[in-house]
Structures are given as C-alpha cells and as structure tokens.
Design a protein around this ligand. Structure first.
Ligand SMILES: *[C@@H]1O[C@H](CO)[C@@H](O)[C@H](O)[C@H]1NC(C)=O
Ligand SMILES: *[C@@H]1O[C@H](CO)[C@@H](O)[C@H](O)[C@H]1NC(C)=O
Ligand SMILES: *[C@@H]1O[C@H](CO)[C@@H](O)[C@H](O)[C@H]1NC(C)=O
Length: 203
C-alpha cells in the first residue's frame, strides 16, 4: 500500500525529533565534544559553560547542593542532592531551549509533560516519549511510577552524546528544565548553558 502504519510514522517522527531537538539535551553536558560530520567535513564543537539549579530557594524542596562538576575523563554533569519531603503524585516537567541573539530567546524546544500520568499510562506522544527515554537513560534510579517525593534524590546528572544533528546553528544556548508540582510550584529547576562552534571547510 505504501502508507505508513502509525508505528512507522511515529518512529520516523521520533527520529526526526531526536535529530532536530535532542542534541542540546544530550551534547551540552559533555565538556567538549568534537565530531567530524562525514558528509561535509565540518566538525561541531559543543561545550558546556555552566550548569546550575535556578529559581532557588524552593518552597518545598531542600537543596543540599547543586553544582557543575567535571569528571577526570572530561564528562561534565550536575551534581545534585535534594530532599523533597512532600509526596508527589503530579510531576510536571518542562524543557525549554533558548538561543542567544543579543538576549536569550526561545528556540525550537518548549516541551511539557506530566510524568506521573505518563508513567502510569505507558503510552505517550512522541515528545513525551523522548522525555521519558531521557529520564530513563539519565536518571535510571528515579525512573519509577509515582508517588515520588518523600525522599532525598542524589545524582550526578550527565548525558551521553548519542544523538547528533547534521547541521547545528553555531552560538550560545541555554536550556531550562523545570520540575513542578500540581500547583505549578518549582520542585527543582535546572539551567544549562552551552556553546556550539562549527569548525571546518564549510564552517
Ligand atoms: C566518563 O565517566 C563516566 C562515569 O564513569 C561515564 O559514565 C562516562 O560515559 C564517561 N565519559 C566519557 C566521555 O567517556
Ligand atoms: C558530588 O558532590 C558530593 C558532595 O560534594 C561528593 O561527595 C560526590 O563525590 C560528588 N559526586 C560526583 C559524581 O562527583
Ligand atoms: C515516607 O517514606 C517512609 C519510608 O521511607 C514511609 O514509611 C512513609 O510511609 C512515607 N510517607 C508517605 C507520606 O508516603
């Protein structure tokens, strides 16, 4: 018939989204990452400048520490310890990307999902699926169904450079990630600052 099934369409969409949108999530946590794009011999240099917890202090969450740290192998991540004493049955997660022109302006990504429902239902929209996959891969210890909270979360949050886009706009980026309760109160919020530099013949 030549028509795509739902699954195939979703898979293609997922791949496209991964290509277009995922690179900042995945790459900017690597301190420095060089890659030759085979097609046009341009290499992309992606570097994390800063990571931090933002919008502190939080109403319910006790933030013990939250700082960027570089491992001896060069990988960087956010070393976080927080206690969320309240029980969480609604966990809104929002990811927003900003590109710096003269100021940071929204750029391409503004994703929202509700984790508890997604974890309960097990079927997602493509973007929710991506966010769940990133959660599963980067925060495996915390990837369990709600209730959440009523505990301390300690993690070194780091991403592997798995997904790479063929052409990445050079420049400065910021990514904001919010974890919020049902009253839209921040439980924790992260800000990641990165720079993309294009190098090579066509750079
Ligand atoms: C660096 O070490 C961490 C922890 O052992 C590991 O997860 C990560 O993949 C390593 N990064 C690289 C670039 O090898
Ligand atoms: C994170 O910071 C804590 C407190 O400073 C430290 O004990 C721990 O080793 C750090 N974790 C990593 C992965 O570097
Ligand atoms: C909080 O966790 C403790 C065990 O760590 C458990 O005994 C208690 O029932 C939990 N409280 C709530 C409100 O879930």
């Amino acid at each position: 018939m030549g028509t795509f099934s739902h699954m195939q369409r979703n898979f293609v969409l997922l791949c496209l989204l991964a290509q277009v949108f995922l690179w900042p999530l995945i790459l900017q946590t690597t301190a420095q990452f060089n890659r030759k794009a085979a097609k046009n011999s341009v290499s992309y240099n992606l570097r994390f400048n800063k990571m931090r917890c933002a919008h502190t202090p939080y109403k319910y969450t006790q933030l013990h520490y939250c700082f960027m740290e570089q491992l001896s192998n060069g990988s960087v991540g956010l070393n976080i310890s927080i206690t969320i004493p309240v029980e969480i049955n609604y966990l809104g997660i929002q990811t927003k990307l900003f590109y710096k022109y003269t100021t940071y302006r929204p750029f391409m990504i503004d994703w929202s999902m509700e984790y508890c429902q997604a974890a309960r239902n097990g079927h997602y929209s493509p973007t929710t699926g991506l966010m769940m996959k990133i959660m599963e891969e980067t925060l495996p210890d915390f990837y369990y169904p709600c209730p959440h909270g009523n505990r301390t979360y300690i993690t070194f949050w780091m991403f592997e450079p798995k997904y790479i886009m063929q052409s990445i706009p050079s420049g400065d980026y910021r990514m904001d990630v919010f974890f919020r309760d049902s009253a839209d109160e921040n439980l924790v919020a992260m800000q990641l600052f990165g720079t993309v530099r294009k190098q090579g013949l066509l750079g």
